[in-house]
Design a protein around this ligand. Structure first.
Ligand code: GLC
Length: 431
């Protein structure tokens, strides 16, 4: 009898253990999927951050998936997920130009803990990311177009960092000719982003704005693009193709320019801050041989840097919005932005990091070019939302047609002006 009872007790215990074990297995981790960029060190750094989050939250699995390098392609991919109301992606890395276009698919982070921390970030970026009072993205890093230049080559040829586009063309030509004469047939004066995508919109805005040609569409909604200074600026860039820049530059994005510059085969590069840490890394042949400056000036008398940058946004279609928002706020926190600034020269959006000695030591231009970084020129995304992507597509196609010689700048901008008017219904005016 007693043995029987004992056996029953043991059996019960075994069943209980199986039940508890089974329950634990059934209680799977919450999976949060983050759609992230993979330009330069982006993916690696985002995965490291995800790892740190998971260590602190063992019940959550953060999966970081990479997305196309070209912002325009990434936008197209995101739209597919949003239009399908897909819950597959919880957190999206969104471009500074997208809050207005994508707001309807994104949650208000003010409802998920961002109220307390929003004022740590640059107010202008918070404002950019606020659509109808809703904060649709927490700033992650900011961007501004910079001029990368080879310090060793300027010194070798006894030249200064050019301040105007006219000086710039001359300096790039002299160095290119000199290096080629010494046997490097593959050497180029200047590499930049000339492919037909959002990156070309950024480059072209810099040429035009620095030449007093406005910002395509003004912040108050006037189409200003068809003007002589803009035409002149685009003609200037078209002249670079095949002379101081490779003919293939009309197919270049950020990483194409960086790989050519980082291989030591270009005197100048237009790129974003992320290229700095990679260029200075141990494996880089140009480490210690380059620096960054503001882009040259045209008729306006000062250079212009396009404002870029990325935010973390939570999808309205996420099944776990609270945890997704927690992941986003963690990744954009001061501690995480500091790591990205030091390892990847990603420009922080947290103001106090510009006083952090370790951050300033790893990327000294965060201090020396602070004004350039925070006064960068915005693309007309707020005023044209939710049609900015279409505005930009019309613009970069028009510019690209001039760069490839398919159209002259006067015709291309005349046609663009009408297309923009048909799309937006805005008036036409002077910059
Ligand atoms: C960078 C910028 C982004 C811009 C893109 C264009 O990623 O941060 O704002 O749209 O480059 O290529």
């Amino acid at each position: 009898m007693r043995l029987n009872r004992y056996l029953v007790a043991v059996c019960n215990l075994i069943i209980a253990i199986f039940l508890i074990g089974g329950l634990a297995m059934a209680q799977e981790k919450v999976v949060i999927t983050v759609a992230a960029g993979a330009v330069g060190q982006e993916l690696e750094l985002t995965r490291e951050a995800a790892q740190r989050y998971m260590e602190a939250h063992p019940d959550v699995e953060v999966r970081v998936i990479d997305t196309p390098d070209l912002a325009t392609d990434r936008y197209g991919l995101y739209l597919q997920f949003f239009e399908a109301r897909s819950s597959d992606i919880d957190v999206y890395q969104i471009d500074v130009i997208w809050p207005g276009d994508l707001a309807e698919h994104l949650l208000d982070l003010y409802e998920f803990g961002a109220k307390e921390i929003a004022d740590e970030h640059f107010p202008a970026i918070i404002e950019n990311n606020t659509v109808d009072g809703r904060l649709v993205g927490i700033p992650w890093f900011t961007d501004a177009g910079l001029l990368y230049y080879r310090t060793d080559l300027l010194e070798k040829y006894g030249l200064e960092v050019p301040k105007t586009w006219a000086e710039f063309e001359e300096v790039a030509r002299i160095i290119q000719e000199g290096e080629r004469a010494e046997g490097n047939e593959d050497f180029w004066g200047f590499v930049w982003q000339g492919n037909a995508y959002e990156g070309l919109t950024c480059n072209a805005l810099e040429w035009i704005c620095s030449n007093g040609g406005g910002t395509i569409i003004s912040p108050d909604g006037v189409i200003t693009i068809n003007n002589p200074n803009a035409i002149e600026a685009i003609e200037m860039a078209a002249r670079w193709v095949g002379t101081i820049s490779p003919a293939g530059v009309t197919g270049f994005a950020e990483e194409d320019a960086r790989s050519l510059f980082q291989s030591g085969n270009a005197a100048f590069m237009r790129n974003w801050p992320y290229a700095y840490a990679l260029g200075q890394s141990e494996e880089s042949v140009i480490a210690g041989k380059f620096d960054v400056a503001s882009l040259p000036a045209g008729r306006s008398g000062h250079g212009a840097a396009t404002l870029g940058g990325w935010q973390l946004a939570v999808s309205k279609y996420s099944n776990n919005p609270e945890i997704a928002a927690d992941v986003a706020l963690f990744m954009a926190s001061p501690e995480e932005q500091k790591i990205r600034a030091i390892k990847g020269s990603f420009t922080p959006t947290i103001m106090t990091l510009y006083e952090d000695p370790e951050v300033l030591e790893s990327a000294p231009f965060f201090g020396t070019l602070y004004d350039v970084l925070i006064n960068a020129v915005a693309r007309p995304s707020t005023v044209t939302a939710p049609n900015y992507n279409e505005v930009s597509t019309l613009f970069f196609r028009a510019v690209h047609s001039v760069l490839t010689g398919a159209k002259d700048a006067t015709t291309a901008l005349e046609e663009l002006e009408l297309e923009l008017q048909a799309l937006t219904g805005f008036e036409i005016g002077e910059p």
